[in-house]
Design a protein around this ligand. Structure first.
Ligand SMILES: Nc1ncnc2c1ncn2[C@@H]1O[C@H](COP(=O)(O)OP(=O)(O)OP(=O)(O)O)[C@@H](O)[C@H]1O
Ligand SMILES: [Mg+2]
Length: 247
């Protein structure tokens, strides 16, 4: 699904240049659940931004579903992003003055969709157990509720690829379990999930885990016993009534 060959990202500042990614090679297959770990400043967000076509490599080749992204125009890249990729961020990035459902509908507004927006947004909210609070202003929600709303927003276009940058970094442990349960559930339904985290126990939920150190990708570890743990998480998520019983 995604191939990186010798991908580097160099940021130029007035005084120096920073190599945020150094000749990274990586294959991400459809249906993968991949965690990217590494210390602060090691290039995790930079890598995620490249995967999400939010930024371009300085050198190297980044191919998404067989297309070399360097050949795409800005418009084609943003179309790819809107249709195929859902983003989840550490700080949620919701618009606090808008309601929960208005936030979730926003990608459909940008995509120019007129009819059926409400229904789609309701479905997405039900999937993350946030339907009951659909009319609440996003700024009033707890961190965990904001993150579940942000996941609903990321799901609204039914993206094949979910990119999550420290999605549990700003929420309490119980909400983090819910969020990881939702991501594990999305993976078990065939989505490709790439998760950036500092936290080893969060990374353990994924099936593959990679480590970045100073912009270089370290030898990959395939988590030896990932399935029972992922299953437990997914089951815990299903057992807990976060999903709205009204649906
Ligand atoms: N727009 C930019 N301009 C200049 N330097 C940047 C820019 N974005 C990132 N960097 C630098 O690139 C390096 C990698 O940054 P990145 O944000 O990818 O790290 P990270 O692994 O996500 O860190 P954290 O865990 O703290 O979020 C850092 O040294 C950072 O200062
Ligand atoms: Mg980061």
């Amino acid at each position: 699904m995604i191939h990186l060959d010798g991908v580097s990202k160099v940021y130029q500042t007035p005084t120096t240049s920073i190599t945020a990614l150094d000749r990274v090679g990586l294959r991400i297959r459809q249906g993968d659940f991949l965690a990217i770990a590494g210390p602060s400043g090691s290039g995790k967000s930079t890598l995620l931004n490249l995967l999400g076509c939010l930024d371009r490599p300085t050198s190297g080749i980044l191919t998404i579903t067989g297309v070399d992204t360097a050949t795409l125009t800005d418009q084609q890249r943003s179309r790819l992003r809107n249709r195929s990729i859902g983003f989840v961020f550490q700080m949620f990035n919701l618009i606090p003055e808008l309601t929960v459902i208005e936030n979730v509908e926003l990608p459909l507004v940008y995509a120019g969709m007129r009819r059926g927006r409400r229904e789609r947004a309701q479905d997405a909210l039900a999937r993350v157990g946030m339907l009951r609070q659909y009319d609440q202003r996003a700024g009033r929600l707890s961190g965990g509720e904001q993150q579940r709303t942000a996941i609903a927003r990321a799901l609204i276009n039914e993206p094949e690829l979910i990119l999550a940058d420290e999605p549990t970094g700003s929420i309490d442990a119980e909400s983090a379990e819910q969020v990881l349960g939702i991501l594990a559930d999305l993976h078990s339904h065939g989505r490709t999930v790439v998760l950036v985290t500092h936290n080893a126990s969060v990374a353990a939920v994924a099936r593959r885990s990679l480590r970045l150190v100073a912009g270089r990708l370290e030898q990959e570890a395939i988590t030896p016993l990932p399935v029972p743990q992922r299953r437990r998480r997914a089951e815990a998520y299903r057992a807990h009534p976060v999903a709205d019983p009204a649906v």
